[in-house]
Design a protein around this ligand. Structure first.
Ligand code: PLP
Length: 415
């Protein structure tokens, strides 16, 4: 099938929730995607942070082949050996105590929100009070598309058509500790935050804000929930992005609940809630569940992911190659169109003074995949195997594309 035929079919039959790029994927290899005409594209977005070991990885393929000979699905009424092993890995790496598996990021967020409400309700049973129910989230946040996660997502464009959403949510100004203190009243049961906002344009929260949120939650009997769906699992050069404020061994500084997904199953849908024992104790059998979450195929891919990350020392690599990439992006700051470079490890952004959509399109034509968030932010979530040479190739193409865009803008201003 050609791209035109695929487009025609989709236009006729598919719900139009996405405006796709002009590219029909055929296959992938390493950091590259290849289209039907054999054109290669350097994938600087990794399927929005999912394909973090690139494409066609021989070890992952081998692992999946092994499981293909065994059950693809095992219901959560029975045991298989990989869920427990993966839960152990997630607990050891995060510093938390237990895991619950889901199929996606938004479901991991739903799990966190439900567990926080259940924790508050058990607390109230214990002290004869009224359950705390309010949940704080941050302005500019993105937590997913299901009703609970959407209620914690601040952007109007995501929310408005579906209102009224779940009651009890309120937004705190980004990195504003005074606003946090004002809104952190005694009826708050949890605060949910991304320690580096992803869709929001790669915006890191400050250590002071994290520390204040952690302290207030602990003092008021509320819970801190970290959404690590985009920034977690090694991308920033730490296993979890909150580790830069709260190392795994510092239990009292850690979040109480963590949502993770995206690269967890390396393309086989898989998410997880990781939580502290104190919160886990509030959840009774039968109170939450999932049909598909934690299936053997996804868990095996995930276990192999962690093995590869460790054996190939990819955390260290993400830190050093990420610093190189960021440095190369910083060089572009001599162009007035470039406002700011942000991010850590291989989670990077270039904020522009003009809309980025056309730039993304031009880069795609030249064989580079990335995307634009918040109209003006070019976002890069490359696979962890990207090389400095590939980064150089990209920068070489990016500079003239930005220069051309600048000339277009000044031309329009003059006219
Ligand atoms: N939270 C964050 C930070 C995300 O980036 C995303 C997806 O982009 C989600 C939640 C939702 O995850 P999913 O699309 O797997 O439901």
């Amino acid at each position: 099938m050609q791209l035109s035929q695929v487009k025609e079919l989709e236009q006729k039959y598919l719900l139009g929730t996405y405006s796709r790029y002009e590219m029909l994927v055929d296959r992938g290899s390493g950091a590259y995607l290849i289209d039907r005409s054999n054109k290669r594209y350097l994938d600087l977005l990794s399927g929005i942070g999912v394909n973090s070991l690139g494409y066609n990885h021989p070890r992952i393929k081998l692992m999946l082949r092994k499981q293909l000979k065994r059950p693809l699905h095992v219901s959560n009424l029975l045991y298989h050996e990989y869920q427990g092993r993966l839960a152990q890995k997630l607990c050891e790496l995060s510093g938390l105590d237990r895991a619950f598996f889901t199929n996606s990021g938004t479901e991991a967020i739903e799990g966190c929100l439900k567990f926080a409400r259940a924790f508050a309700s058990r607390q109230a049973q214990g002290n004869g009070g009224k359950p705390k129910f309010r949940i704080l989230a941050l302005e500019n946040s993105f937590h997913g598309r299901t009703f609970g996660a959407l209620s914690a997502t601040s952007g109007k464009k995501y929310r408005e058509p579906f209102e009224p959403l779940v009651p009890g949510f309120e937004f705190v100004d980004f990195n504003d500790t005074a606003d946090l203190e004002r809104k952190f009243t005694d009826d708050v049961c949890a605060i949910l935050l991304e320690t580096i906002q992803g869709e929001g344009g790669i915006r890191p929260i400050s250590e002071a804000f994290y520390a204040r949120a952690r302290r207030l939650a602990a003092d008021r009997g509320a819970l801190l929930i970290a959404d690590e769906i985009q920034c977690g699992l090694g991308r920033t050069g730490q296993w979890f992005a909150f580790h830069r404020f709260a190392p795994a061994a510092e239990k009292s500084l850690l979040p109480d609940l963590v949502a993770t997904a995206k690269p967890l199953g390396l393309g086989i849908p898989l998410g997880a809630v990781i939580l502290k024992e104190s919160v886990a104790n509030a959840i009774k059998p039968g109170e939450h569940g999932t049909t598909f979450g934690g299936g053997p195929l996804a868990c095996r891919a995930s276990l192999e992911y962690f093995k590869i990350m460790e054996e190939e020392k990819l955390l260290e690599r993400n830190r050093s190659v990420g610093a190189y990439f960021k440095g190369r992006l910083e060089e572009l700051r001599d162009l007035p169109i470039v406002k700011e470079v942000r991010g850590e490890g291989l989670m990077l952004a270039l904020e522009l003074t003009v809309p980025g959509k056309d730039i993304v399109r031009k880069l795609l034509e030249q064989g580079f995949i990335l995307n634009c968030t918040h109209d003006v932010v070019l976002r890069m979530l490359p696979p962890f195997i990207i090389t400095e040479k590939q980064i150089d190739k990209f920068i070489k193409v990016l500079r003239p594309v930005l220069q051309k865009e600048m000339e277009k803008e000044t031309g329009q201003e003059k006219a």
